[in-house]
Design a protein around this ligand. Structure first.
Ligand code: ACO
Length: 378
């Protein structure tokens, strides 16, 4: 039964009822569980925000301490997973490595005891704790190094940067990275979250849910855009080249990476926060010519495409921040995944609470009553 017209990309069609996050694309407003993103970016930490998203309320001091402790004590990955990752080709994309590794967790922990709150909490903790370790481990192993053990003295963000760079990060760098994770933790019914909910609706295990979402996040129209932003800034190379580059792209009807959003028709609030963070980083660690190029791009794109509601999205400035933190370009999307695991898990729990398997319909536009043609007559 067709209940509404076909809309490519399901634009404007609700796929779930959700109380996790809210976006007003006209006002540039984003809330997690009713709290403005600006406030969380200023006052919260990623793990506290993850708790808020997943359990619906900010934790008390005791609840937060217990949660942080559990995550801290589950950061190590099994030797067998590490050995499996060691056999991945070094030339493989880290998102593919992450998807395979997240799915592999299911080989060890997939009991599918979905009615048991202890199982749910265990899966939440395990995924939040081990995904950063897996991202950092693949990065070191593809360079031929041994992975660095998680450091129990460091918090979530600082520990990730420590495992990645093999040294303790500057506290400002660690705090900025933690805010980046907060900003990327959740964003209503985007493609990867939809993918997570569809997978969750079959009552499979949470590792399969996260693995399917990671696979979806990897595409250049979704999480993969921030990698392409850096490649684009490198290709442009100077402020003078910005205008001709954009005019040329628009003439070819190509998309300018890091701009435009299905929901936001004004500047993405996360892009504004990230732009401020980028400025703080440059003030402390030295300027970056790519920031000047980015600002000029923002001016020219607004002039050319502002009337269509095309403004910078979250990916435009996140790449600049990660680059300044010394993170390799192809880890930008895995880092997005580290953050978004919180949102995916919140949607997994919400889907389970009122589950019905996803089974949409389609508008068939093929032929009917075609006779079978024998192979020698085709
Ligand atoms: N550059 C140039 N033109 C653009 C851009 C862009 N980045 N984005 C949209 N437009 C134009 C389209 O060509 C279209 O023009 P038309 O009406 O004249 O045909 C109009 O704006 C509407 O665009 P759609 O493609 O219909 O918008 P949609 O909602 O389908 O796509 C998307 C949104 C995929 C994000 C798109 O803007 C895009 O491809 N941007 C670049 C990739 C990117 O930065 N992705 C990250 C998104 S944020 C995230 O996933 C975390």
């Amino acid at each position: 039964m067709i209940v509404c017209e076909y809309r490519p990309g399901l634009e404007g069609i609700p796929a779930a009822q959700s109380s996790i996050s809210f976006v007003d694309g006209q006002k540039g407003l984003l809330e997690y569980r009713g709290i403005r993103i600006e406030e969380l970016a200023e006052k919260s930490t990623f793990l506290e925000t993850a708790y808020l998203l997943i359990w619906g309320e900010l934790p008390t001091a005791e609840e937060l301490a217990a949660f942080e402790d559990e995550v801290r004590h589950h950061r190590r990955i099994k030797y067998r997973i590490r050995d499996m990752m060691k056999s991945f080709p070094e030339s493989g994309h880290p998102m593919d490595a992450l998807q395979a590794s997240a799915a592999a967790l299911g080989l060890f922990y997939a009991r599918r005891d979905l009615d048991n709150p202890v199982y749910i909490r265990d899966a939440v903790v395990r995924l939040l704790a081990t995904i950063p370790t897996m991202v950092a481990a693949f990065q070191l192993m593809r360079k031929g190094n041994d992975p660095v053990r998680p450091n129990d003295d460091l918090d979530y963000a600082a520990n990730f940067l420590y495992m990645l760079n093999e040294k303790e990060p500057d506290p400002l760098a660690a705090r900025i990275f933690d805010v980046c994770l907060i900003l990327h933790a959740e964003h209503t019914m985007n493609a990867s979250t939809f993918s997570a909910r569809v997978t969750a609706s079959t009552l499979t295990d949470p590792y399969a849910v996260v693995a399917s979402a990671v696979g979806t996040l990897g595409g250049p129209l979704h999480g993969g855009a921030n990698e392409e932003v850096i490649q684009m800034l490198e290709e442009i190379g100077s402020v003078e080249n910005v205008r001709p580059y954009i005019e040329d792209k628009l003439q070819q009807k190509a998309k300018i990476m890091g701009f435009g959003h299905r929901v936001y028709k004004v500047k993405d609030p996360r892009a504004m926060i990230l732009q401020n963070l980028a400025e703080k980083l440059f003030a402390k660690f030295g300027n970056d010519k790519f920031y000047d190029i980015a600002q000029e791009m923002e001016r020219v794109v607004e002039e050319k495409l502002g009337h269509k509601g095309i403004y910078p999205n979250v990916d435009f400035y996140s790449g600049l921040v990660y680059r300044k933190l010394g993170i390799p370009t192809d880890l930008f999307t895995p880092i997005f995944a580290i953050a978004r695991v919180a949102g995916w898990l919140a949607h997994w729990k919400e889907q389970l609470a009122e589950n019905r398997i996803f089974r949409p319909t389609q508008v068939y536009n093929g032929r009917h009553d075609i006779p079978y043609t024998a192979i020698d007559q085709r």
